[in-house]
Design a protein around this ligand. Structure first.
Ligand SMILES: *[C@@H]1O[C@H](CO)[C@@H](O)[C@H](O)[C@H]1NC(C)=O
Ligand SMILES: *[C@@H]1O[C@H](CO)[C@@H](O)[C@H](O)[C@H]1NC(C)=O
Length: 145
């Protein structure tokens, strides 16, 4: 959640520089900010972010028919939002490993491909919804290219 002072500062900036802005618009912005559920940036090495990145890779593996498993390699941006638990929004790179899907290895033990023809890194955007107290998670959005 953004601190209230940041939004107040933003509001007064808008009011002092733009004569046409009505106080109503400013007030709405302020309200949106103090409600729970405003997405905020979070450290990309946060344990929750890393777990969400792993869930995204697992989901990717489950949805593709590549013979190799893919694994998360780098989270470049992370946002978190409180929605009955936590919803993570990630820009994450996932890469092809040397582990074959059929062997069901743990991704922790899989190294990235070094073979030039097999090497592949994809840029993905994912949204992962986690309810920690139920140990439940759901990858609700996953776009890779
Ligand atoms: C994997 O895919 C199957 C069928 O496509 C689906 O039923 C299952 O929920 C998926 N699991 C995960 C973790 O996404
Ligand atoms: C890289 O992978 C290709 C395709 O599987 C294979 O033909 C080639 O021999 C591999 N190269 C090396 C150096 O392992």
């Amino acid at each position: 959640m953004l601190p209230a002072w940041a939004l107040l500062a933003f509001c007064s900036f808008v009011l002092s520089t733009t004569r046409d802005v009505s106080p109503g618009i400013c007030f709405q912005t302020f309200n949106l900010g103090v409600k729970p559920g405003f997405p905020k940036t979070i450290e990309t090495n946060n344990p929750g972010v890393l777990k969400a990145a792993r869930h995204s890779a697992e989901r990717f593996n489950n949805c593709t028919n590549d013979i190799f498993l893919y694994k998360e390699s780098h989270v470049s941006r992370a946002l978190v939002q409180i929605v009955k638990g936590l919803k993570y929004m990630l820009d994450v790179k996932i890469g092809r490993t040397t582990c074959k899907k059929t062997k069901h290895p743990s991704l922790d033990n899989c190294d990235f491909q070094t073979n030039y023809t097999l090497k592949q890194i994809l840029s993905c955007y994912s949204e992962v919804w986690v309810i920690p107290w139920l140990q439940r998670f759901e990858v609700s959005v996953l776009h890779c290219h």
